[in-house]
Design a protein around this ligand. Structure first.
Ligand code: NOJ
Ligand code: CA
Length: 533
């Protein structure tokens, strides 16, 4: 397809590098490991890889605490491995999206080490330092998402510094033009290397209110949720950065940026997209849906409406911060519902983001003891919240030891179900979830209407059916999803049913369904895609 635009028409696959494939027997996934699996990804049918951070990091937050922005950690293979990875990916027409964590650095970053060494250090103003208030109190009521006050006392220079996440992740002072310019240089460094895009971690937190006003109170569970974040998030200065950033991206061909709108709803996310901002922003309501047509219908509709002509939608069911969709939506090891969701993800108007292992229906590993928890958030909030280790377990490649992920003990346990839930076993089973994803991905790629067509909802029944059409002037596709276990009839208008239709895919049948009295009878948990034109 000549006008194929990878980030709009393609599918992006997120890899959590520590957990994908270990090539050097240390129990930690690495870049040479990912290179070994590029043919698997090509065959699966994805178009781009988003790599969670691979920069040098002391791993307090497993890479989301960066100590050097222009290098790759040796545990992942160093910059040499990255260069090969980039080339090998591009040879297979797979683009590479890097994770940029620019709200904060690691406390081990040279800039912070300098900054905290003395009040006169040239890097002092690269972070957010404030005097104690009234004989020692914190400067204001801002909180850390990871628990407690956002202010940490530094005894060397007798001042507080601000951290929105852990105290080992001090926030940069974006109001300092030196920080702003340095960051643009870092982005240029990666663009010049040839990376295709960026995912911006919590970008809407970069700027904080310059007067450090207290956030107003609201009702919520955690302390952080008991505030309206009007002074520590979503400050107007963000748009100046986005403009400069976008100009830089646009000076290279086909570069892309997607932002993680922290704590933001779909309205907030949409404000950051467009020609002067990001190509896309994540909207997380979608992954909080119940397994109900009404829930999905609503979140799709609100995202379509708010983006209107302005931005391109994207959809995500999984990432490294949430319980896997397989564990959220199924209590058993049955994959029926996951096929319905795979069909939804890959037929909506918008870029689908898949998370490693989603294609084989990986479940979260159980987290039973506090002493097993590695995620700093889980250690902080145990037992109310057990953290994010569950969704970060090693990729299940085969039924062998450590699921073929590593010869050594993996950094997180492999799920017990790997003996039968793994890539190798599912490849050989024509009815597996993996083969369903592959088929669906290839259908999406070869059916222009599924990429570019407009989205027209037809109907939804609160508990049972969600049906919609994708349409261009040449093609119409009808997608009908039965969320219930029982057979359900979908009644269609006679206009819609004129002309020749063919079956594109169904998880329950191989031939075109019988239509009687304008009604298609869907089997329980059926996902059906038919095409005209
Ligand atoms: C959002 C990332 O997705 C999460 O994993 C991380 O802990 C925080 N940002 C802090 O960087
Ligand atoms: Ca390794």
């Amino acid at each position: 397809m000549s006008d194929f635009l990878w980030w709009r028409d393609g599918v992006i696959y997120q890899i959590y590098p520590r957990s994908f494939m270990d090539s050097n027997h240390d129990g930690i996934g690495d870049i040479p490991g990912i290179i070994q699996k590029l043919d698997y990804l090509k065959d699966l049918g994805i178009d781009a890889i988003w790599l969670s951070p691979v920069y040098p990091s002391p791993d307090n937050d497993f890479g989301y605490d960066i100590s050097n922005y222009c290098d790759i950690d040796q545990k992942f293979g160093g910059i040499e491995a990255f260069d090969i990875f980039l080339e090998e990916s591009h040879q297979r027409s797979i683009r590479v999206v890097m994770d940029l964590v620019l709200n904060h650095t690691s406390d081990q970053h040279e800039w912070f080490q300098q900054s905290k060494s003395s009040r006169n250090n040239p890097y002092r103003d690269w972070y957010i330092w404030k005097e104690a208030r009234d004989g020692g109190k914190v400067p204001n009521n801002w909180q850390s998402r990871f628990g407690g006050s956002g202010w940490e006392w530094d005894s060397t220079t007798e001042a507080y510094f601000f951290h929105m996440f852990s105290k080992k992740q001090p926030d940069l002072n974006w109001r300092n033009p030196k920080v702003f310019n340095e960051i643009l240089d870092i982005i240029k460094f990666w663009l010049d290397k040839g990376v295709d895009g960026f995912r911006l971690d919590v970008f809407n937190a970069y700027y904080k209110d310059e007067n450090f006003q207290n956030n107003p109170h609201q009702i919520g569970l955690a302390k952080f949720d008991q505030q309206k974040h009007i002074h520590d998030l979503d400050q107007p200065e963000m748009f100046d950065f986005l403009k400069a950033f976008r100009q830089l991206l646009d000076s290279y061909p086909e570069r892309y940026a997607v932002g993680e709108t922290f704590m933001g709803d779909y309205h907030t996310a949409a404000t950051y997209t467009g020609d002067q901002g990001l190509h896309a922003a994540f909207e997380f309501d979608f992954l909080n849906n119940h397994y109900k047509p009404s829930s999905f219908y609503k979140t799709i509709q609100q995202w379509e409406n708010v983006l209107d002509q302005k931005g391109w939608p994207n959809y995500v069911l999984n990432n490294h911060d949430v319980i896997r969709s397989a564990s959220r939506y199924t209590k058993s090891e049955d994959d029926d519902r996951l096929k319905v969701l795979a069909t939804l993800m890959l037929t909506l108007r918008g870029t689908p983001f898949l998370y490693y292992g989603e294609e084989i229906g990986m479940r979260d590993i159980p987290i039973e003891r506090k002493s097993d928890v590695l995620d700093p958030v889980g250690r902080q909030f145990w037992p109310f919240y057990k953290g994010r280790d569950g969704c970060r377990s090693p990729m299940q490649w085969n039924p062998e030891q450590n699921a073929g992920f590593s010869d050594a003990t993996p950094w997180l346990p492999v799920h017990n179900n790997h003996h039968w839930r793994n890539v190798h076993s599912q490849s050989g089973d024509p009815d597996s979830l993996l083969n369903y994803y592959k088929k669906m991905l290839h259908i999406r790629k070869s059916t222009p209407v599924l990429q570019k067509g407009m989205y027209l909802p037809i109907t939804y029944d609160p508990q049972k059916i969600l049906a919609f059409v994708r349409q261009t002037s040449e093609q119409t596709a009808l997608i009908a999803l039965n969320f219930s276990k029982r057979n359900v009839g979908l009644v269609l208008s006679s206009q819609l049913l004129t002309g020749d239709w063919k079956l594109l895919i169904s998880n329950k049948r191989d031939t075109f369904p019988v239509i009687r009295d304008r009604k298609i009878l869907l089997e329980g948990n059926e996902a059906l895609v038919i095409l005209q034109g």
